[in-house]
Write a protein that binds this ligand. Sequence first.
Ligand code: SF4
Length: 64
Amino acid sequence: MKITVDFDHCEVHGDCVVAAPEVFDIGDDDDVVQVLDDNPGEELRTKVETAAKMCPVAAIKLGA
Ligand code: SF4
């Protein structure tokens, strides 16, 4: 599945990192979330969908 993050809207809340740490990360000096894997396998879909739902600014979009 393809993941895109609208970095203009990301406010580094970190909810996505909690939901899917395999895919998202925030370092101490980061101004926006880091996408560790923008095309993760289907086994991570549930976690990524949860991350997208939890994002307070709806910055995470999932493709096929
Ligand atoms: S939950 Fe949304 S706003 Fe927070 S770090 Fe992730 S993408 Fe950014």
